[in-house]
Design a protein around this ligand. Structure first.
Ligand code: IYR
Length: 232
């Protein structure tokens, strides 16, 4: 970067400001990237939650972190609903288990059930009541303005998927745990949480401390050679 770079410039009549990069040395880069991998590699999906409380401020910071995700045309097409209210959590558990009962006893194929067996998932979802918080992520398929007119959002699934990845990372970074729960269909969440017609439920995540003890399946992640190809 030139030392004489202007602090800002105009593009299409819009102001663009100078980006200040962290700019690490080669050695620092190697260390930082490796440490971050080691940290993320400790993340596990947890099904056994402690009922220990987590403050609202922590959840707010986690949601703010997720909302730093890039999104199509910067529309940020998401709403994060954070629920600590016990009655609502019970309602959500009840409705999720109704759907999951259908899934586990017929809607899911034999091979799907076989693939899930090592993970120990069942139709019972006690974590939906035990975790101090549930975060339900809604995608906004379009925006509604004050007069009720629809405005398009772009790459909504990609955008919200990325934001959920960052949400999971923020939860892990705070020393908390979560689980990407996918009750299907999950329209019941729209109703229970009274969301508007432009929002669709995307993912349901209990958030809290892991129970002590908590057990996780003894499974390995794929190695770099299985998940990547380099073209140099
Ligand atoms: N929705 C079911 C089944 C399930 C699906 C996936 I993809 C998982 O990684 C785990 C479970 C459930 O949440 O139990």
């Amino acid at each position: 970067m030139s030392i004489t770079a202007e602090k800002s410039k105009m593009i299409n009549g819009y102001k663009h400001i100078l980006y200040e990069s962290a700019s690490l040395s080669e050695e620092e880069l190697l260390k930082a990237s490796h440490q971050f991998f080691e940290h993320l590699n400790k993340r596990r999906s947890i099904r056994e939650f402690s009922d220990q409380e987590v403050s609202k401020e922590v959840i707010e910071n986690i949601i703010r972190s997720a909302s730093t995700a890039p999104s199509g045309a910067h529309k940020q097409p998401w709403t994060f609903c954070a629920i600590s209210n016990s009655e609502l959590k019970s309602k959500i558990r009840e409705a999720a288990e109704v759907e999951e009962q259908e899934n586990y006893s017929g809607r899911m194929s034999e091979s799907w059930l076989r693939d899930l067996a090592p993970l120990g998932t069942t139709m019972e979802k006690p974590f939906l009541e035990e975790a101090p918080w549930l975060i339900v992520v809604f995608k906004k398929v379009y925006e509604l303005d004050e007069i009720g007119a629809k405005h398009n959002n772009y790459y909504v699934n990609e955008s919200v998927g990325i934001a959920c990845g960052m949400l999971i990372t923020a939860i892990h970074n705070a020393g908390l745990v979560t689980l990407t729960h996918t009750p299907s269909p999950m329209n019941f969440l729209t109703k229970v949480l009274g969301r508007p017609s432009n929002e669709r439920p995307y993912l349901l995540m209990p958030v809290g401390y892991a129970n002590e003890p908590a057990y996780v399946p003894d499974i390995e992640r794929k190695g770099l050679d299985e998940i990547s190809r380099f073209y140099e």
